[in-house]
Design a protein around this ligand. Structure first.
Ligand code: T5A
Length: 214
């Protein structure tokens, strides 16, 4: 793979910590299914048994902390497997794929947060991934509010969730810059409202998108 092909039936959700992706993902899945479409939901890092193991290596705070470069390459190693074993086979049989995070997360976290070279990430995207989603919804919420929500869960924070606010401000800025650069693909949803309102806004954008690709 040396180029990028846009996959109209591939939809991704992005956002910082506690943006509410899980709730929105379920609402989008239900909306697609109401339209009689087959839907595969998946997530990154992860989405295959091997990629889920890589996720464990990446997020478990008890491991030796990876260098930024190691973190980037492990994200792409997991993604390479996920694209080939889960995403492409589903798209090829005509299903829609809804994915919680994809390559935009690497641009935001490893590019924006860790300050790694964007051109190198773009090269990995072309050579290792080869596809991009037709629609990406960026759930945007202030760092403080998002982290407060994430802290409200009963799980202990993973390795990346333990980063400083400044890191997440850089992640958010990188996401918003990507949305500004690609306004047709990446739609920003104000995720500071109630979970129900955010899900309703996301579903409205999905319906608009479905009409445009019909
Ligand atoms: N990563 C990932 C990279 O660095 N590079 C990459 O390339 C990739 C793919 C993945 C981590 O890996 C990093 C990014 C991440 O740090 P993850 O499981 O996707 O891990 O992690 P998070 O995004 O941290 O998952 P969260 O669970 O925090 O985010 P969600 O899914 O956006 O939030 P959700 O839905 O679980 O909600 C969090 C809490 O808030 C409440 C929910 O009930 C829940 O308790 N909530 C709301 N409360 C009030 N109002 C709303 N609108 C709410 N929406 C949700």
């Amino acid at each position: 793979m040396t180029s990028l092909s846009t996959q109209p039936h591939f939809i991704t959700l992005e956002g910082g910590e506690g943006a509410g992706k899980t709730t929105v993902l379920n609402a989008l899945r239900d909306a697609l299914q109401r339209n009689g479409l087959e839907v595969v939901t998946t997530r990154e890092p992860g989405g295959t048994p091997l990629a889920e193991q890589i996720r464990g290596l990446l997020l478990d705070p008890s491991h030796e902390p990876p260098s930024p470069e190691t973190e980037l390459l492990l994200m792409f190693a997991a993604r390479a497997q996920h694209v080939r074993e889960t995403i492409l086979p589903a798209l090829q049989r005509g299903a829609w794929v809804l994915c919680d995070r994809f390559t935009d997360s690497s641009y935001a976290y490893q590019g924006g947060g860790r300050r790694l070279d964007i051109a190198f990430i773009a090269e990995l995207e072309r050579r290792v991934v080869g596809i991009r989603p037709g629609l990406t919804l960026l759930l945007d919420v202030g760092v403080h509010k998002g982290r407060e929500r994430a802290r409200g869960r009963d799980t202990s924070p993973d390795r990346i969730e333990r980063e400083r606010d400044e890191f997440f401000e850089q992640v958010r800025a990188a996401y918003l810059a990507r949305a500004q650069a690609e306004p047709d693909r990446m739609r920003v949803v104000d995720a500071s409202a109630s979970a129900e309102e955010v899900a309703a806004r996301a579903v409205a954008l999905l319906q608009q998108y479905l009409r445009s690709v019909a």
